[in-house]
Design a protein around this ligand. Structure first.
Ligand SMILES: CC(C)(COP(=O)(O)OP(=O)(O)OC[C@H]1O[C@@H](n2cnc3c(N)ncnc32)[C@H](O)[C@@H]1OP(=O)(O)O)[C@@H](O)C(=O)NCCC(=O)NCCS
Length: 143
């Protein structure tokens, strides 16, 4: 991800999430150390993005794929790509929080080997619980 991608990334973010990150959040991610911001492009158009940060334990802070581009392996490839970063920075686990109601994302993460470790009650601003998921071993990224 570069600053040139931000118009499209923010457009997708607003279309996908009820509480979208601002442009500033993505810009801060691009400038923050120990942070990786990736975009997935199909025919030179951004169709997905991922923001991951951390030290020791990597935290998936944001991931999304454009609705018309889902179920094509883009989300899986984004997570796989960040694992190179994880290995090179000595991280041995990935974690994230996901809305309890987000069955699709939970299914996606479970398929990637994440397991639920706990629930944070009322974590989101609408009172919804967050499910915390973690994957201990960093697998070799698929080709
Ligand atoms: C979650 C998300 C990133 C997955 O991206 P994606 O590119 O569609 O995922 P993939 O194509 O790599 O799917 C991998 C696997 O996840 C599971 N999966 C993905 N979407 C699914 C769905 N709608 N229903 C059931 N399982 C699903 C399947 O097991 C799938 O493998 P398969 O297609 O071979 O059956 C995408 O649905 C998305 O952007 N959702 C909205 C944003 C969001 O919720 N982000 C996560 C916040 S924590």
């Amino acid at each position: 991800m570069t600053e040139d991608d931000l118009d499209r990334v923010v457009e997708l973010e607003r279309a996908i999430f009820p509480e979208p990150w601002s442009r500033f959040c993505f810009l801060a991610g691009l400038r923050r150390p120990r942070t990786i911001c990736l975009v997935a492009e199909v025919e030179e158009q951004v169709k997905g993005y991922l923001v991951v940060w951390g030290n020791g334990e990597l935290h998936i802070a944001n991931i999304a794929v454009a609705s018309e581009a889902r179920r094509q392996g883009i989300g899986t490839r984004l997570v796989a790509a960040c694992e190179d970063f994880a290995r090179s920075s000595g991280c041995r686990s990935l974690c994230l929080e996901v809305r309890e109601s987000n069955a699709i994302a939970r299914c996606f993460y479970e398929g990637l080997g994440f397991v639920q470790t706990c629930v944070w009650q009322g974590y989101y601003s609408n009172g919804e619980n967050a499910v915390i998921m973690e994957r201990k071993a960093i697998r070799v990224a698929p080709g």
